[in-house]
Write a protein that binds this ligand. Structure first.
Ligand code: NAD
Length: 478
């Protein structure tokens, strides 16, 4: 990757710089400011697993940034680049993210230094179970203290192994399933968790476009319909965001950047077909319906309306920021824009919807899953049929009116079916997520538009989040 490492602050330094920029505009006592900023603890574990006839040693981390609310929450990432600096930066972002979307958690994050593609499934299971064992025995996996979730390189499968490992170690814990979120539906998961982060990106963009004043700041106008989108990383987050924006909002996906290059087509790429191609061939190379670009990162600079970095941190940095053409960047990944690039882009007038807010859909639905696990009942189970019965009463009355009025008035053909059906778990989850994303955006937009000293959405979201964390610390007597 083309990075100017010498001048660029590290990921954690970037988060600190952005934090400092926000607290400079607040009136916090210096001691409290420092307390919020620092990472409380980072545990490093090295463990051996016997694989392929020999013992292999793995290094993992679990960092706890702030325990102003417990449990603390944050994903576990499997990638070769995992290091202490990165997990600490990601844990800090989790603290602010949870405060911003009002999920009652402190911030945490974990990582294992591994390339999961180099291992067979049964090997990954052994490694994951051993890692989970090391964390669980120190309460770094625990329904009331620390609840991991998926992140880059992990998904439902790994979360199910972790949940099972915890349950084996805590056989009488009735809330064992709440020790981790992002589990598959048959293992205590919740409908809509896999799509949640990408869905949240869609809801965030919809809410942005409901604020014409904010849209005007980016130099754009109108709605999502017809907007040209470039997405980097067609993994869990990028794929769902691109798919929904295209299929439900009429946006056109003109660029897809993956590890091995990028595809470009100004008429729009077929997201599903590209995803299937990647599934079969391991990358985008060779896909016929689009122009292949070997140096994928250059497509970040492609002419488009909305750029969605959804792969990894640091991809928009001092080396390419000045060439980014998109007037709007939505940070689906964590930390894709470095602090240096953020300065350059703000100067250019690019609007950035920051990671802390943009990808909060994952933790929001994780929160719903955790609540579901603790309450031991699926959302909607008690009320759905009762809701349907009450709707039936109205539909019956309307049917009488329909008969009575003859040609003067008639019920719309699909009204009855639509209105009668009570919401299932997936609809409730989407509704809760939509509400969360709207309210959080409104809080940030309010600060952005009402304060002369706040010129960007990132600073606005830090202000909202830090203020809430500070309030919570104060309430504890700190
Ligand atoms: P994922 O592993 O499912 O997908 C990542 C995708 O990016 C993969 O398709 C991978 O091939 C691609 N990729 C990796 N390196 C790349 C590179 N250099 N250039 C282009 N593409 C590259 O991971 P994910 O869960 O979708 O997470 C992506 C980002 O979103 C991460 O920053 C993660 O922290 C963040 N995030 C994820 C969630 C979640 O619920 N999964 C929640 C919040 C934030």
């Amino acid at each position: 990757m083309n990075m100017t490492a010498a001048k660029e602050p590290s990921f954690r330094e970037s988060v600190d710089l952005m934090f400092n920029r926000a607290v400079a505009l607040m009136d916090l006592p210096p001691g409290l400011e420092e307390k919020i900023r620092v990472c409380n603890a980072t545990y490093t574990v090295r463990f051996g697993v016997r694989l392929r006839g020999q013992i292999q040693t793995f290094t993992g981390y679990r960092s706890v940034h702030s325990e102003h609310m417990e449990p603390v929450k944050g994903g576990i990432r499997y990638a070769t680049g995992v290091n202490q600096d990165e997990v600490e930066a990601l844990a800090a972002l989790m603290t602010y993210k949870c405060a911003l979307v009002e999920t009652p958690f402190g911030g945490s994050k974990g990582g294992l230094k591994i390339d999961p593609r180099q291992y067979e499934e049964y090997e990954l299971e052994m490694i994951t179970r051993r890692f989970a064992y090391e964390l669980a025995k120190r309460d770094l996996i625990n329904p009331s203290q620390n609840v991991p979730a998926p992140d880059m390189g992990t998904g439902e499968r790994e979360m199910a192994w972790i949940a099972d490992q915890y349950a084996r170690m805590n056989t009488t814990d009735i809330n064992a399933r709440a020790c981790v979120t992002g589990k598959p539906p048959h293992a205590g998961g919740i409908a809509g968790r896999v799509e949640a982060t990408g869905r949240g990106v869609q809801y965030a963009l919809r809410e942005f476009f409901r604020h014409p004043q904010d849209v005007a700041r980016s130099g754009m106008q109108g709605t999502l319909d017809g907007k040209k989108v470039v997405v980097q990383g067609l993994g869990n987050v990028g794929y769902h965001a691109a798919k929904f924006l295209n299929a439900e909002d009429g946006a056109s996906i003109v660029g897809i950047i993956e590890r091995d290059g990028a595809l470009v087509d100004d008429k729009g790429l077929d997201v599903e077909a590209v995803r299937n191609w990647i599934g079969r061939h391991g990358g985008v190379r060779g896909y016929a319906d689009g122009t292949y670009v070997e140096d994928g990162a250059t497509v970040l600079e492609h002419d488009c309306d909305i750029l969605i970095p959804a792969a990894m941190e640091g991809v928009i940095n001092l080396s390419n920021a000045h060439r980014i053409k998109a007037p709007l960047i939505i940070e689906a990944a964590n930390g894709p824009v470095t602090a240096g690039a953020d300065d350059v882009l703000r100067e250019k007038g690019t609007v950035i919807i920051p990671d802390m807010y943009a990808n909060a859909g994952g933790v929001t639905v994780s929160y719903f899953e955790w609540v579901k696990n603790l309450s031991h009942i699926r959302f909607g189970r008690m009320g759905r049929r009762q809701e349907e019965a009450r709707h039936q009463l109205i539909v019956d009355e309307l049917a009488k009116l329909d008969q009575h009025l003859g040609d003067a008035w008639t019920m719309s053909p699909d009204f009855k079916d639509k209105y009668l059906r009570g919401a299932d778990e997936l609809e409730l989850v989407r509704s809760g997520l939509d509400d969360t994303m709207r309210i959080a955006y409104q809080a940030c937009s309010e600060v952005w538009n009402s304060r002369d000293d706040v010129n960007d959405l990132r600073t606005a979201s830090y202000l909202v989040a830090i203020d809430r964390v500070a309030t919570s610390y104060r309430a504890k007597g700190l």
